[in-house]
Design a protein around this ligand. Structure first.
Ligand code: XMP
Length: 510
């Protein structure tokens, strides 16, 4: 397998995921744990990007890289921060103020097997503030960016080769990025495996840890593909003692709970449904800060599940946390927190301390979860469903939370979904929904002045939720969405369409 050392960049885990796409088993570990890793078990090591500067790197960062480079055999690939870190350790110079962001053209200055399949010039994705201004002695520059910045290095250390690239091969915007990773894996002689089996084995290993714990096991389900797959897997590994529980927090979409329960039954998972709408809505009312709302939801979820666990006499709790939930919540310990997904940062510590929380999907991305779902024979209804945040519509009501805004959000989202379904587009996009904030727009309805809400429609395409592009919905369909929302919701007087990519935006408004 390949070891990916995580220095905290938002894309660090994406490297592992891309390698797995190529059939290369890959494992991520934070740099703080490299000291305890047996490097001889890995056929190659990748050093990831980071949100920090190499020039301010603490000693633990430098030590982790020295340890990797000190190992005699293993081929190494440094990416972005990893590129600069290696250059610095081996005697090169890294400088500030030479950043590049976004799409940049690089030119190959020397042919090398790392760049097999690349043209002389290719577009790559850059995201760095510092750069290597003087390559380390003995290294060869393989590529240079259109801004004259060193884009790739090859360093021969004794009998082994270290490659470094300033750009991000793991990001889909780097046109030949996957090819580069494929070349690196081939160069390192890494054994390839049937990836589906590998994804599956990652999840099973996680659940087998709890085989020896007796009694019922509670699996939180929401109708999304993640929690459904986690529960289905738990059934396979831990048997009939797994009890699926669905908590209705009042933040689901129109008709969703009934539809989900019906489909879960088809998957052999008949959930215990708890109607806790009032508990959640009364606590959310009037709360403006979104992170605060996530915290409240996490806390209330924990209280409800605590009660269920007590009643069932269960010690093991299963949830469908995936890797992006953890990375965006700052849960890897090394990346910045973007949002607290309720099931990660939002799940109170006391709950994690009181029970055994199993997260079999924590190494996977959504599309990998979908692969496992297909393997398990989970109904297409779940496999095809769009991601929907655990805190539900609460993250789509911006500003002060009110029941009215929640209702508008719910109705408008239903319209967005209906119109897209009518045009066969709902299954083609990553997510499609409506958002309501506190902005108002003066309208004329029935010849009278009417001050109403602004609804923002967001439809995005993505493959892993880490980056996203807005969907280029034809104007005629946008018209339909706008007309139906303003017609069916009395106090909405304006519909807007969100046209910003992630980054810099995120997919959900808060
Ligand atoms: P963002 O908004 O960060 O979202 O670009 C990335 C993906 O995660 C979903 N999302 C959440 N899922 N709890 C969840 O379970 C949350 O708090 C949450 N916030 C965002 C979002 O729908 C998208 O698919």
């Amino acid at each position: 397998a390949v070891l990916v050392v995580d220095y905290g960049g938002q894309y660090a885990h994406l490297i592992a995921r891309r390698l797995r796409e190529l059939g290369v088993p890959a494992v991520v570990t934070p740099y703080t744990r490299v000291g305890g890793v047996d490097l001889s078990k890995y056929s190659a090591v990748v050093l990831s990007g980071s949100q920090r500067s190499v020039l301010e790197a603490d000693p633990a960062v430098l030590d982790s890289a020295r340890r990797v480079l000190g190992d005699a055999e293993t081929p190494v690939l440094g990416v972005c921060f990893g590129h600069q870190l290696i250059a610095r350790i081996l005697g090169g110079v890294v400088e500030k103020g030479c950043g590049e962001y976004g799409r940049v053209m690089v030119r190959l200055v020397e042919r090398d097997e790392l760049f097999n399949g690349w043209g002389g010039e290719e577009y790559v994705w850059m995201s760095h503030g510092d750069c290597v201004s003087k390559p380390p002695p003995g290294s060869r520059v393989l590529a240079v960016s259109e801004n004259g910045i060193v884009a790739a290095l090859k360093i021969v250390l004794g009998g082994r080769v270290v490659y470094t690239v300033q750009f991000h091969p793991e990001v889909s915007h780097t046109v030949k990025g996957l090819k580069l990773l494929d070349n690196f894996a081939r160069f390192a002689g890494v054994e390839r495996k049937w990836v589906r089996d590998y994804y599956y084995s990652l999840t099973v290993v996680e659940l087998e840890k709890y085989k020896g714990v007796e009694g019922p096991v509670v699996a939180a389900v929401s109708g999304g593909v993640d929690s459904t797959v986690a529960a289905a897997l738990a059934r396979r590994v831990l048997g009939d003692r797994v009890v699926p529980v669905l908590v209705d927090h009042g933040l689901f979409r129109e008709g969703e709970v009934e539809e989900v329960v019906e489909n879960l039954a088809k998957a052999g998972l008949k959930p215990l449904v708890l109607d806790e709408k009032e508990r959640f809505l009364s606590r959310l009312e009037g709360v403006a800060d979104c992170e605060e709302r996530r915290r409240i939801i996490g806390e209330e979820f924990a209280k409800v599940f605590d009660q269920v666990m007590e009643e069932q006499g269960a010690r093991v709790f299963i949830q469908g946390t995936t890797y992006p939930d953890i990375v965006e919540s700052g849960g890897t310990g090394v990346a910045d927190r973007i949002k607290s997904h309720h099931n990660v940062a939002g799940l109170p510590l006391w709950f994690r301390e009181k029970y055994l929380v199993a997260e079999p999907l924590k190494h996977l991305y959504k599309d990998e979860v979908r692969e496992v779902a297909r393997m398990l024979g989970v109904p297409e209804y779940f496999v095809k469903r769009q991601p929907f945040p655990g805190p539900g519509l609460a993250v789509r009501v911006v500003g002060v939370f009110t029941r009215r805004k929640l209702e508008i959000c719910r109705r408008a989202s239903a319209v967005v979904e209906q119109v897209l379904r009518r045009h066969g587009l709902l299954d083609k996009v990553w997510q499609a929904f409506a958002v309501v904030g506190d902005d108002k727009w003066v309208g004329v309805k029935g010849d009278a002045r009417r001050v109403g809400y602004v609804v923002i429609v967001r439809i995005v395409e993505s493959s892993d939720a880490m980056t996203a592009d807005y969907f280029k919905l034809p104007y005629s369909i946008l018209d339909e969405v706008s007309r139906e929302i303003t017609r069916s919701i009395e106090d909405v007087t304006m519909v807007a369409y969100a046209v910003t990519t992630k980054p810099p935006s995120t997919i959900e408004p808060c």
